[in-house]
Design a protein around this ligand. Structure first.
Ligand SMILES: O=C(O)c1ccccc1NCC(=O)[C@H](O)[C@H](O)COP(=O)(O)O
Length: 235
């Protein structure tokens, strides 16, 4: 059985690194094609070998070019705990995610009312998936606390604008203090440099989730290593 998503993040942090979760995303609604001919599963392998504690795979197809097949390929080939990022709306989505071999599932506060979020949260735990509850405002972080979330994300961008807005790490700096006390906090999106990854950690994040900067780097491995050390002038 794979290590739990949250345990893997904790272990990387205890080893003295910034736990950087690479986001395997084929297309960015803002930047276009990120693959540029590369096989995303091979990239996932490369980043796993560079020391990633966990992976995120965007499965939404229309805007991000993802798929469940890709999730399954990556979850089964890397053996790293894998998060499915998509707009999850029903219990069937959870079962399918588990069947693909994922360990964690994204639940977005902005996309549904409290009652359905709560139901999905409880069902995810029953099925054996760790729910990452994603917030973009103070109110949503308070909601995450009411749900009892132990894994919380601050998306520095507004996902309802499909990543076309210019988020910055200052969203994490402003909001981190509202996260539930005992939750692991992940700062997501718009982190481009080691200094920004450091800033997220200084603000209270336990981990960062980074896609575009790694995909656009000339040397993905070196970029990954610089981000996880929080230093260097890569990117
Ligand atoms: O995060 C979401 O809510 C989400 C839901 C469905 C599809 C995609 C979604 N987000 C995309 C991302 O997670 C970003 O790619 C990720 O945070 C990395 O951002 P960046 O480093 O700016 O590419």
């Amino acid at each position: 059985m794979n290590t739990k998503f949250s345990d893997s993040i904790r272990a990387k942090k205890q080893a003295g690194f910034i736990p950087v979760i690479p986001d395997i995303k084929c297309t960015s609604p803002k930047e276009g094609d990120l693959l540029r001919g590369r096989d995303p599963a091979e990239v996932a392998k490369l980043l796993a070998e560079a020391g990633a504690p966990a992976l995120s795979v965007v499965t939404e197809s229309k805007n991000f070019g993802g798929s469940l097949e890709l999730l399954e390929r990556i979850a089964t080939s890397t053996k790293l705990p894998t998060l499915r990022k998509d707009f999850i709306t029903c219990v069937d989505d959870l079962k399918i995610t588990k069947d693909c071999g994922a360990e964690a599932i994204l639940l977005i506060c902005a996309t549904q009312p409290f009652s359905s979020l709560m139901k999905l949260y409880e069902e995810a735990l029953k099925i054996g998936l760790e729910p990452l509850v994603e917030a973009h405002t103070k109110e949503e972080l308070i909601l995450a606390g009411k749900i009892g979330a132990k894994l919380v994300g601050i998306n520095n961008r507004n996902i309802l604008e499909l990543e076309r807005d210019d988020g910055t790490v200052s969203a994490t700096e402003l909001l981190a203090k509202y996260k539930p006390d005992d939750a692991i906090l992940i700062s997501e999106s718009s982190i481009q440099t080691p200094a920004q990854a450091q800033a997220a950690v200084r603000a209270g994040a336990d981990a960062v989730l980074i896609g575009t900067a790694i995909w656009q780097a000339e040397n993905m491995r070196e970029c990954y290593l610089a981000l996880s050390r929080g230093m260097g002038d890569y990117v």
